[in-house]
Design a protein around this ligand. Sequence first.
Ligand code: KG4
Ligand code: ZN
Length: 337
Amino acid sequence: MIVLGIESSCDELSMALVEDGKKILSMVTSSQIEHHLPYSGVVPELAGRLHAQHLLEVYRSTLEQAGISHFDGLAVTIKPGLAGSLLVGLSFAKGLSLAKKLPLVGVDHLLAHLYAPHLAGELEYPFLGLLVSGGHTLLVLMKDPFAMSVLGTTVDDAVGEVYDKVAKFLNLGYPGGPVIDQLAQSGNDRAFHFPPGKLEKGRRPCDMSFSGLKTAVLYQREQFRAKTVPQPSVADLVASFQRRIIGILINRIEKAVELTGVRRVVVGGGVAANSYLRRLAQEKTAWEWHFPPLKLCTDNGAMIAALGWEYLKQGTTHGLELQVSSKAVRATGDGYS
Ligand code: KG4
Ligand code: ZN
């Protein structure tokens, strides 16, 4: 079964044709980074409009690249994300489904991120999933592709968001993750001691907080400006920041392994590209790590098509009443527990 996957939840419009949930026949992604760059972040209204402009071109290129004109089903991201952006993708998918008389299924973007490693090789269940992107930070237990048990989440900013904000404060550019990752390689990661991100009472052991760390980096920066301390290098500052933020992630995975006894770890989302995280993973040889290739870690249509295939092959389809949701959880039992 060949499924067309449509992903438009944020600032990337991506479509892919995937055969039997495994073989990527084609994938075309239209990125909007240059349009959002002047604002140092994604402008929702602009994202939706640009998706609408590029839909047909991306769709035609996806078919052309695969060299086919027929496919068997449609999968589209319906949550979570920017409502306007999601609506563009869903409306297009509904139109195609009607015109071509093809089954349609709506897919959760976060579940799809954690399904992505199936496109790169074998992956068995259960596993711990660490989802770290610009919008989300979640640590979950996956026993099958359709539902996640949430062990912990960030209580404030997402990890990628903190990278982006720190880079913005330091005038390093956007998106901040790759810039900081690169610059940190020439810095001393022990030059500054940043707080470990304290949690209020009542939080789960795998929950995380990053806003204190972000403020601490800002505060250091203000101190430089006030010249109350000798001027350290920005590379030292970001290296120390990175050591702390990635250290928090590793610490929470350690807790999740203790809690569940599961040692298989899948990392997804843009921050999965981080070289320091990947280096630390290599040192943690007692855990079985899965880092999908980068094009499958970031937002992409292939993961939507692949997870969509799992639903379609068991006969799950959705009708034209399908709706989008900006939030991950719409109702109890909505794929989360
Ligand atoms: O998953 P993604 O492509 O988009 C969504 O947010 O959905 O993730 C983008 C995020 C950005 O915040 C970016 O700064 C971060 O991933 N990122 C990184 C790296 N590459 C991208 N963060 C740390 N290190 C990197 N090498
Ligand atoms: Zn994503």
